[in-house]
Design a protein around this ligand. Structure first.
Ligand code: NAD
Length: 638
């Protein structure tokens, strides 16, 4: 039985130890910085003197009779056969692989065919050197076999050789190693020795990779990572592979996906799946990493370090039918699986604290905001670091604000909130011209100009004539409407952004005549970036978004008895119409500006009648009266 019950000082301690087998890997390991210098002695130690070097690395002082640099990932047998020829031609008696898992793999493949002893000098974190496993690809299929004779006799870990491993490769290779350790913890062959190696490996890799990303030649961090990779390799060698490897091998063999990158994408998803079958293993990993949920923490770490985000990004063309693989193909963040504290008591306390506001709308808005923010924190398992990043972002947004710079409006714009509020407020009646956001460049009280004025005042650009009509919803002219117009210059700048310009330019207040018409001259507006030298610009860059707005003219139209209309006219064919940075483009507002060097635009703005609450009430009462009259007129139906 696996359950032993001890009684120690009055405490009942139940110790569950599953029966296990443990095959300690039988390799000689030499670890440190500069250990490559010991290669010659290690070759002699094996009684060998005719070395075939595998991999691109050149080493001096080693009795090498030949070198094969044409190593390829997933150990294709054609490559192995080429290298095999060198073994025969040069009477080789020892194989030395220097490089990543691909070089080690070739060493094993040659050992399988020749029985020659191998020395492995790993320069990535792949861990193959610590395993008796060989994976080979033939005709697009990867098959693996395990044989203790395939394991290198000696392994030289030289930290110096890893200092130049590019950050991208370091990250994905590190996640490959982490996958070995995670799988060992979840394996049916798990045992206490391997569990501890695995937890130590995961801790070291998670700790070292961010430091390597910051300073790739940090010897301490590299030592930590290589130690983690060695320990993870031991786990893999001792208990074999699990779900992440099986999926990676299938995708590597059949779709040619790169090994370490595929592991990196898959790991959080296979961990989420293990969280259901091996919750205790995930709990131990979370505790080692100091997080509440291991799969999402690993996902976030990979993304933070610039690891590949999805199988689609790795080139897998179609989404797989399997749920786990489909989620990895899209690059979803796995759902939080770990236990989470119930925070509803806290949420309710905060909501209740706002309930007594004299204005019920304030209570309702704040209460709902608190619920949604708490939900956001809980659902995303928000970390203290992430929260600090958000506070820092908002602080910097506030600090950059000035009378002519409104970073919070920009933030609201790029999050689509300005457009959402605008749509809710102003675009409820489909008959009126759709509205669009005000934007940050409107200036109160622009200079009054007569119809026909030229707003460009000599600025260079493609000449433009605009003929504007203002009507009500039935097409009747609206006279005396106040029409504020503003726009960018041909380089995309507004006058407020050009301190050398004297006075307001490319902005004016005009009035419609008795026939509802007005016209003006100007220049064709240009696409332009929203101000992106502040935190909002950083947000856009960090998420791969551009800051450009499609070219447009702004209008703010007011007339007594009508709802104010704030809108924009977009130049048909202009750039960024389908990716406007502030989500301001609406199809009905995309207008032809025909003409070549002399452009022309004609547009009719339809204003909705103003509805005051009193008017609405009167209309409702009238409707009720009418309805009552109808009922009264109807014959009684009993
Ligand atoms: P890799 O060996 O193909 O190396 C990836 C790239 O990194 C190559 O271009 C290589 O030249 C370069 N590189 C390696 N070390 C470098 C360094 N120090 N500086 C700069 N560039 C360097 O990739 P990998 O991820 O190490 O290994 C993947 C292969 O290993 C796959 O075929 C995989 O199946 C196999 N593998 C096998 C086992 C096993 O137990 N059998 C375990 C892990 C991986």
């Amino acid at each position: 039985m696996s359950l032993d019950l001890f009684v120690i000082q009055g405490y009942d301690v139940a110790m569950t130890v599953e029966p296990f087998e443990f095959n300690a890997p039988a390799s000689r390991v030499i670890f440190g910085a500069g250990t490559l210098s010991r290669l010659r002695d290690e070759v002699s130690r094996l009684g060998a003197s005719r070395v075939l070097l595998l991999g691109g690395h050149r080493v001096s002082g080693v009795p090498a009779v030949a070198r094969f640099a044409g190593v390829a990932m997933h150990t294709p047998i054609e490559v192995t056969e080429q290298a095999l020829k060198l073994v025969g031609q040069h009477d080789v008696d020892c194989l030395v692989s220097i490089g990543g898992g691909s070089s080690t793999g070739l060493g094993k493949a040659l050992a399988a065919r020749t029985g020659l002893p191998q020395i492995a000098v790993p320069t990535t974190y792949a861990g193959s050197e610590m395993t008796p496993v060989l994976g080979e690809t033939a005709d697009g299929r990867k098959t693996t076999r395990s044989d203790p004779a395939l394991q290198p006799k000696t392994i030289l870990y030289d930290v110096s050789l890893t200092l130049g491993l590019p950050v991208g490769l370091s990250v994905t290779s590190g996640f490959n190693a982490m996958a070995h350790a995670v799988e060992a913890l979840c394996s049916p062959q798990a045992n206490p020795a391997v569990d501890n190696l695995a937890l130590d490996a995961i801790t070291r890799l998670a700790r070292a990779l961010p430091r390597i990303a910051e300073r790739p030649a940090d010897v301490d961090a590299r030592t930590d990572a290589l130690t983690g990779a060695w320990l993870a390799g031991m786990c893999l060698g001792a208990v074999g592979t699990g779900l992440n490897h099986k999926l990676s091998h299938v995708l590597g063999g059949s779709a040619g996906l790169p090994h370490a990158e595929t592991h990196t994408v898959l790991l959080p998803h296979t961990m989420a799946s293990h969280a259901l079958s091996s919750p205790e293993a995930m709990r131990r990993i979370a505790s080692a990493l100091g997080v509440t949920d291991a799969p999402t923490a690993v996902f976030d770490l990979a993304r933070r370090l610039g690891g590949p985000g999805s199988l689609a990004a790795l080139g897998l063309a179609a989404p797989p039918a399997d749920d786990l693989l489909a989620a990895a193909w899209r690059g979803d963040r796995p759902a939080v699986t770990g236990e989470r504290p119930d925070l509803s008591w806290l949420t309710e306390q905060v909501v209740t604290s706002f309930a007594k506001s004299p204005d019920p709308r304030t209570s309702a808005l704040l209460g709902d905001l608190v619920r949604r923010l708490h939900g956001f924190v809980v659902d995303n398992d928000l970390t203290e670091d992430e929260w600090r990043t958000a506070i820092d972002f908002l602080t910097r947004a506030g600090q950059i604000c000035s009378p002519t710079r409104q970073e919070f409006v920009l933030l609201s714009d790029v999050l689509g909130i300005s457009s959402a509020v605008d749509l809710l407020t102003n675009s409820r009646s489909p008959e009126s011209t759709p509205s669009a956001v005000l934007g940050p460049f409107y200036v109160e009280g622009p200079p009054s100009r007569p119809s026909g004025a030229n707003l460009a005042e000599g600025l260079p650009g493609v000449p433009l004539r605009a003929d504007i009509r203002i009507t009500d919803l039935d097409g009747r002219p609206v006279p005396d409407a106040v029409v504020d117009v503003w726009q960018s210059d041909q380089d995309g700048f507004y006058d407020v952004q050009l301190p050398d310009l004297e006075g307001p330019v490319l902005r004016a207040r005009l009035r419609s005549a008795a026939d509802g018409r007005l016209w003006f001259r100007s220049i064709l507006p240009s696409e332009y970036p929203i101000p992106d030298d502040g935190p909002v610009g950083q947000l856009l860059r960090a998420t791969g978004r551009h800051p450009y707005r499609a070219p447009h003219l702004h209008f703010l139209i007011e007339a007594p008895g009508y709802r104010r209309l704030i809108t924009q006219l977009f130049v048909a064919g202009g750039r960024y119409l389908d990716s406007d940075a502030v989500f301001g483009v609406k199809d009905e507002l995309i207008v032809d500006f025909p003409g070549g060097d002399d452009r022309y635009v004609e547009f009719t703005f339809r204003l909705a009648p103003l509805r005051t609450p009193e008017l609405d009430l009167a209309a409702e009462l009238r409707a009720e009266d009418d309805a009552a009259g109808e009922v009264g007129d109807r014959p009684a139906d009993h």
